[in-house]
Design a protein around this ligand. Structure first.
Ligand code: GLU
Length: 429
């Protein structure tokens, strides 16, 4: 489970930034202008279509009642049902959820899967809640947002602080109210109840694939490349494991409580065993302890920020030594940092492309559930690779042709597709 690293590493608080939603709105505006996107379409993209705030009671294990606040936001559903994860974290806000919903719309459009974007979240700390409390919270939250979700309209999935078990409870709650099992209401489910093979590590696999494609373009390849991974949750751990399989040397990994460093390389599987036993990565044999902030500035070829937003900002961007950044997290780099990294010749593969593997395999899971026809893992991985490679090449071609960085190119590709869909559908009534 990924946690906000800045809670523990005081120096990273330099990156504390203003409203992520305002910043994504600004970025959209800056990209739409030179593309001559119609003003009405720009205005639509800057707003979220539907926003639901819910305050609901949960009986805690000590018998007391606690009120929790949750959100479900649908940013845009022009290209298909709204799609996006649910985050359980103490720092969840309405503003952050809006930004995350916009990124989902863009992500689905970059990789050209038939979805719009949504996001949900509950302000809570799943790390200190019992399984019973988490189940009651999840079932009540799922009931509260059931006026929005459904297999044809809005399909949640895991995000920071949530997992397949939580998806199982959402699927069960929704199904109980319908009177029959609805597999397509949520993705990232356990395999036994309609999950997809390959979904659990899909986001990490997408990171590995984009790292490979980017490394080839940079003429460096993955063999012997040194890698630092911030965040050892679902995304960071799978990315580290799969990159190591490709021949990379994982020199550092971290979780919310700090990081470990060994220039000779760390074995991600052994680090995972250590984390499962002790609850942290720190303390792993033959490793030096580093802070999350230090990890970002280590000498390495590839940096994978796979924790939370705004970790790379104007305060630390000048000190980053990696040649390539693969954004496993959503929004880990601020706009100011992007400029600094660009000037310094560091290539950033943006979140909406690099971490799209998760939602791509979510799409496969949804299709499999609707058809009740399940695929082999090899099929899933092959189709994922096909979509990731195609999207990467399309973004790279815009980047080279328009002489813009990969994020701007990805946004241009996505906004072009969404604007076309909006134009074709027209305005109702
Ligand atoms: N939470 C993941 C993301 O940010 C997955 C979303 C999904 O599969 O719908 O991309």
């Amino acid at each position: 489970m990924l946690q906000r690293s800045r809670v523990e590493s005081a120096d990273a608080s330099l990156c504390e930034a203003a409203s992520p939603f305002e910043r994504v709105q600004e970025r959209i505006g800056a990209i739409c202008e030179p593309m001559n996107i119609d003003e009405g379409i720009q205005a639509r993209l800057r707003k979220c279509e539907r926003e639901l705030v819910v305050n609901f009671p949960i009986r805690m294990d000590d018998g007391k009642v606690k009120i929790f606040t949750g959100f479900r936001i649908q940013h845009n559903d022009t290209r298909g049902p709204a799609k996006g994860g649910i985050r359980y974290h103490p720092d969840v806000t309405l503003d952050e959820t809006r930004a995350l919903a916009v990124w989902m719309t863009l992500k689905a459009a970059v990789v050209n899967i038939p979805y719009g974007g949504a996001k949900g979240g509950v302000i809570c700390d799943p790390k200190i809640m019992s399984q019973g409390e988490l189940e009651r919270l999840t079932r009540r939250y799922a009931s509260e947002i059931s006026i929005l979700i459904g297999p044809e309209k809005d399909i949640p999935a895991p995000d920071v602080g949530t997992n397949p078990q939580i998806m199982a409870w959402i699927m069960d709650t929704y199904s109980m109210n319908k009177g029959y099992s609805v597999l397509g209401v949520v993705t990232g489910k356990p395999l036994e109840i309609g999950g997809s093979k390959g979904r659990f590590e899909a986001t990490g696999r997408g990171c590995m694939l984009s790292a490979g494609l980017a490394a080839n373009h940079l003429g460096m390849g993955l063999k012997e490349a040194t890698v630092a991974v911030q965040g050892f949750g679902n995304v960071g751990m799978a990315a580290a494991k799969l990159l190591a399989k490709e021949g990379c040397r994982i020199i550092a990994v971290s979780d919310s409580r700090g990081g470990i460093y060994n220039p000779k390389g760390l074995d991600p599987e052994s680090v995972l065993r250590h984390k499962t036993e002790t609850g942290l990565v720190v303390g792993f044999q033959d490793s030096e302890t580093v802070t999350n902030a230090e990890l970002l500035e280590l000498q390495c070829d590839i940096l994978v920020p796979a924790a939370l937003e705004d970790e790379i900002c104007k305060a630390n961007a000048p000190n980053i030594k990696a040649k390539l950044i693969i954004e496993g997290a959503n929004g880990p780099t601020t706009a100011e940092a992007d400029e600094i990294l660009g000037d310094r010749g560091i290539t950033v593969i943006p979140d909406v492309l690099a971490n799209a593997g998760g939602v791509i395999v979510s799409y496969f899971e949804w299709v499999q559930g609707i058809q009740s026809f399940f695929w082999d893992e090899a099929d899933v991985n092959e189709k994922l690779q096909y979509i990731m490679t195609k999207a990467f090449e399309e973004v790279m071609s815009i980047s080279q042709h328009e002489k813009v960085d990969m994020r701007t190119a990805a946004y241009m590709l996505a906004i072009g597709r969404i604007a076309k869909a909006i134009t074709l559908r027209g305005i109702y009534p």
